[in-house]
Design a protein around this ligand. Structure first.
Ligand code: SF4
Length: 357
């Protein structure tokens, strides 16, 4: 697929979600979804604040009943990022979510019911200027598209999504975001390639039901990289079976690795080998947590030995290389300090605290 990687994303319509805008030349935003009971306001707010702290820019909460819809108003008062209400089946919940301050709603018009019910949701969205994310999912693709394309296919997902978009457009509304989800990574990639030049609306990209931390990260990284690197996608979510905060850490690494987002320290660490004489696995993990708190656009290397470490750390701005019970701090390829093993992390912190960005 030949295209200018920037053009597709930048040609999408600008859509305002709360105080953020996606589409056009606006940056790709990172989303996650809470896994608390939405009606448990304290627990949900606590999780959203942790997500915010990690770098989440839009959060989605499930709204399975009226109590959850009403909780949105209270949650909104205590958080600082736009909130998306996720609704299935009951159009009245979508209306209540908007009345309670949801900044965006996510619906699948196919399971909302009659045209009149979809129209009622759209009219409320117009009144409150709330964008609608139209979602289709490989797990719930309509039978007619499964039959037409002999199974669940990218083509069927795209046709289904565009049909839903047309349904909302016919009611005179165009503040839309589209999401096409599939747990089949390559099907998901193909669906995004197919839909990207067929619609002006921003796309929310994610691999659904990607799995646990390891498989979810791998599948999401491959899928998102293949899609984003073609200039497609305006918001992303890394779906993981785990703490949603992990999704944000992964999303940030994906955007940084693709060169889409600058800023934030990057850690590189060696895989360890027979030469490693310090507890490098622990050190690398602790260093990663430490550097993630700094905004500098720098590379920090954590290497297992003083034989190859300093050389391999040369490309990094800061580095640690371990020895037997001790290690060195490296800055711009030069060894600047030698410290006992237990003081290496503190030494790295000092260098970060004094870093001239
Ligand atoms: Fe082994 Fe040293 Fe290379 Fe790490 S940096 S993999 S310990 S040789």
């Amino acid at each position: 697929m030949e295209q200018n990687t920037k053009q597709i994303r930048e040609l999408t319509k600008e859509i305002r979600i709360g105080d953020r805008v996606i589409g056009g030349s606006y940056p790709i935003l990172i989303q996650s979804m809470t896994n608390t009971k939405t009606q448990d306001v304290d627990a949900t707010v606590e999780q959203i604040l942790r997500l915010e702290d990690a770098g989440c820019e839009i959060v989605r909460c499930t709204v399975p009943d009226m109590e959850a819809a009403k909780a949105i108003g209270e949650i909104k008062k205590r958080i600082h990022i736009p909130l998306v209400a996720d609704i299935h089946f009951d159009y009245r919940l979508a209306i209540a979510a908007m009345e309670n301050g949801a900044d965006k709603i996510r619906i699948n018009p196919g399971n909302i019911g009659s045209d009149e019910r979809v129209r009622a949701v759209v009219e409320k969205a117009k009144e409150y200027h709330v964008p609608i994310r139209v979602g289709v999912n490989s797990g719930s693709l309509e039978k007619k598209y499964i039959e037409k394309y002999n199974g669940v296919t990218a083509e069927g997902l795209v046709e289904s999504a565009l049909e839903k978009v047309a349904m909302i457009e016919q009611f005179g509304y165009d503040q839309l975001v589209i999401s096409i989800k599939s747990s089949d990574v390559m099907m998901c990639v193909k669906a995004h390639e197919l839909i990207a030049d067929k619609t002006p609306y921003p796309l929310h990209v994610g691999i659904t039901e990607a799995g646990t931390i390891i498989s979810g990260n791998i599948k999401s990284s491959i899928g998102l990289a293949l899609i984003l690197n073609q200039g497609i996608g305006n918001t992303i979510r890394v779906s993981l079976t785990g703490d949603p905060v992990e999704e944000i850490r992964s999303a940030k690494i994906i955007l940084k690795t693709l060169g889409i987002r600058k800023g934030g320290a990057e850690i590189v660490s060696c895989p360890t080998c027979g030469r490693t004489q310090i507890d490098l696995i622990r050190l690398a993990n602790e260093a990663e947590t430490l550097v993630s708190r700094y905004p500098y656009d720098i590379k920090v290397a954590v290497m297992g030995c003083v034989v190859n470490g300093p050389g391999e750390a040369k490309e990094a701005d800061l580095g640690i290389a371990g020895g037997l019970g001790c290690g060195v701090i490296i800055k711009k390829g030069e060894i600047i300090r030698k410290l006992p093993e237990e003081e290496l992390l503190a030494g790295l912190k000092e260098e970060l605290d004094n870093w001239q960005a």
